[in-house]
Design a protein around this ligand. Structure first.
Ligand code: C5P
Length: 232
């Protein structure tokens, strides 16, 4: 795996999701299933999208005590997703438990990625609400190293941070980057954005793209444009 465009299917139902995915008659996009769709439709939505031939990033961001996360991951491993994730803030024992739970009897497992500080958290809210006083960049890099040392495969981060994460944690440590927008497109609520071409330049391994594709007049053309800018 490597260098791919992951489409965030932030829909509230299977019906809407399939109406969207039915438009893709050629290349089948790598699909991100987040909390909204998963909680609405349950594990069956994962099986159905998988059966249609898509790779899947199951974005459920687990964060609980190590034993609970390990057991939850042991359930998720049977869904045969390609990537799943958790919060690095759960700390090393939780991340190691997650890896154990996720590993199948034959030794295979989905890639496991950590969320560091959410991009909705800024320096001010981090200091005020979670009493972390270090600079946020340093916190993100520290979480990345902790995830790497726990044995995880990579992190979710802003495309602006991807280069530094590779410098700190190595080239093979995966960076999955949302916050991608076309140069001529709407930014919406994302604050720090990059184009697919810039994300490629800086070394992101996967870009996660939602509304620039799902809300486009021609979603397939928007997806193909992302692929052309990022992968080719
Ligand atoms: O529509 P848009 O391209 O902004 O969608 C980005 C996707 O990536 C959404 O599913 C959002 O939840 C997710 N995401 C993000 N920033 C993070 C982590 C996840 O935008 N730090």
């Amino acid at each position: 795996m490597g260098k791919d465009v992951i489409v965030a299917c932030d829909f509230a139902s299977a019906e809407q999701t399939f109406a969207f995915l039915d438009k893709f008659t050629g290349r089948k996009p790598f699909v991100k299933i987040g909390m909204e769709l998963y909680y609405a439709e349950g594990p069956e939505i994962v099986r159905q999208i998988k059966a249609r031939g898509h790779k899947i990033f199951l974005d459920l961001k687990l964060h609980d005590i190590p034993n609970t996360v390990k057991k939850a991951m042991a359930v998720l491993k049977n869904l045969d997703v390609d990537i799943t994730n958790l919060h690095a803030a759960g700390a090393t024992a939780m991340m190691q438990g997650a890896l154990e739970g996720l590993t199948r009897e034959d030794g295979t497992r989905p890639l496991l990625i950590a969320v560091t500080q959410l991009t909705s958290t800024d320096q001010e809210s981090m200091e005020r609400d979670i009493l972390i006083k270090e600079p946020i960049d340093k916190v993100v890099m520290h979480y990345a190293m902790t995830a790497k040392n726990a044995g995880l495969d990579g992190i979710v981060c802003s495309p602006l941070e991807a280069g530094k994460v590779h410098d700190t944690c190595g080239k093979d440590f995966l960076t999955i980057t949302p916050g991608v927008r076309f140069a001529d497109g709407e930014v919406g609520d994302q604050k720090r954005v990059m184009t697919p071409a810039q994300a490629k330049e800086i070394g992101s391994d996967y870009i996660v793209v939602g509304r620039p594709i799902t809300a486009a007049a021609d979603p397939v053309a928007a997806y193909e444009r992302c692929v052309a800018e990022f992968c080719d």
